[in-house]
Design a protein around this ligand. Structure first.
Ligand code: MN
Length: 439
């Protein structure tokens, strides 16, 4: 494992050693920020403790001069796409260099002095989308989610027969992906209430979130050239958190026969920091074991390495902070804790499947996992599951109840990875506040 992951490595920046930080020196996620009040394009940075290290500034101050020219040029771009398009090894080299600049003992005094002038407080920065996202695909990789949702629609036959053979997904909408913190407007659409013989147009009354993990593509593949499963991780740049906002009443009416459309395309929120595959290396675990009697994956979706290390031990949580909680200063009411390692299909299987017909994945494309749910009630990753289709209201920490989201509700997703002998890393937050429908 590379030296950036060594648990004895510490930063000269004190906040990076705080036990509660998501961003110790072992993490160094990439993002794009703008100094508060500044206009113009964003700047690439890495999160460290409660600061952001300005990576473009590092290039201009000659802190990256040993790296290849194309790596240095990519650091000056206003989005991560150019960096994402480089071979994974070159991004690894950049990450090692940034780690050395920030680490106690490896940074030369003059480097440390220069880098310390390139730190921006996260509280004084506005995060942007990390990259231009050309395409967005959303999978359905949690068998517990697929079963819970399927049961609401088809009590006798919750799981369709293809589920255990083919990773199910749909093409989402890239233009409406927004960064954490953006307001989400409640959509208006065609709905057909229970018992009505005709649809009507109305603001969605069954608005939901979906707790998901997103993969941002790195180098990807050429059109016509599938990605072998054992190369899948090397074609990715990193992971983020995703909230796939979903209007269940619009979805219920429109989804057959081609799947979700306007019920999902009005907005998707992603977290601003991209956690690299390098930083996630210590947290790779065996793919979830398939129960006896389930088919083994077809050869293009199977490999010894995927079985041994295809899972990622990432714990996720989602909560709601209502308008009243914000007014009273109450904390988020956490509702769900689920584990990404339980997914029926691994990240590598989703990537290999996506490219198996020759479809090209391009730098910055977003591949989301689908709602991450687990077998117990506490592990349900959306309100549709938590409230059994809106029939069993949920009581929040302050006594308020919800079936679906109300205007003013803020949904917050967090994720973190822990393992004995390694430093805990976090994903930061993916949050969005719901505002009333237009008009
Ligand atoms: Mn989804």
């Amino acid at each position: 494992m590379n030296r950036t992951l060594d648990s004895s490595r510490t930063s000269w920046l004190e906040s990076a050693s705080s036990r509660s930080t998501d961003f110790p020196i072992q993490n160094l996620p990439f993002g794009v920020f703008r100094r508060a009040g500044a206009s113009g394009p964003g700047t690439i940075g890495v999160a460290i403790g409660d600061r952001i290290l300005d990576v473009a500034g590092c290039q201009r101050d000659a802190l990256l001069e040993d790296l290849p020219g194309r790596v240095q040029r990519a650091c000056l771009e206003p989005a991560l796409n150019a960096l994402m398009s480089l071979p994974r090894g070159e991004v690894t080299a950049l990450r090692e260099r940034l780690s050395d600049v920030l680490a106690e003992g490896t940074a030369q005094p003059r480097e440390r002095e220069r880098a310390s002038r390139l730190l921006v407080a996260q509280g004084e920065a506005e995060m942007r989308l990390p990259c231009a996202i050309g395409d967005y695909t959303d999978f359905y990789a949690s068998i517990d989610h697929a079963t819970n949702v399927g049961r609401l629609f088809r009590p006798d036959n919750p799981l369709l027969p293809n589920y255990k053979w083919v990773p199910i997904g749909y093409h989402g909408r890239a233009s409406s992906i927004v960064v954490s913190g953006s307001e989400i407007r409640r959509p208006v659409g065609q709905v057909r209430p229970e018992g009505a013989d005709q649809p009507r147009v109305a603001a969605s009354a069954r608005l939901d979130y979906e707790l998901e993990v997103g993969c941002l593509v790195g180098q990807g593949n050429e059109l016509g050239r599938p990605i072998p499963i054992d190369e899948a991780h090397d074609r990715l740049f990193g992971l983020c958190l995703v909230n796939d906002w979903s209007a269940r009443d619009i979805q219920q009416w429109e989804y057959q026969p081609l799947g979700p459309f306007l019920a999902k395309s009005f907005a998707t929120t992603i977290s601003p920091w991209v956690i690299t595959l390098d930083a996630l290396e210590p947290f790779r675990v065996p793919a979830a074991a398939r129960p006896d009697g389930d088919p083994q994956p077809l050869p293009y979706l199977d490999s010894a390495s995927n079985r041994a290390r295809g899972g990622i031990d990432l714990r996720l949580t989602v909560g709601v902070r209502t308008r009243r909680m914000r007014e009273l200063g109450s904390p988020v009411s956490w509702m769900t804790e689920s584990e990404f390692r339980r997914m029926y299909w691994t990240v590598a299987q989703m990537v290999a499947h996506h490219a198996s017909n020759g479809c090209n994945l391009r730098p910055g494309d977003l591949i989301a996992s689908g709602t991450v749910s687990g077998p117990s009630e506490r592990e349900r990753g959306c309100l549709l599951e938590l409230t059994s289709g809106g029939t069993a209201p949920l009581t929040l920490d302050d006594g308020e109840t919800r079936t679906f989201l109300e205007d003013g509700d803020e949904v917050v997703i967090r994720g973190s990875c822990e393992r004995q002998g390694f430093v805990r890393i976090g994903f930061g937050e993916c949050r969005g506040i719901l505002t009333p429908a237009e008009g």
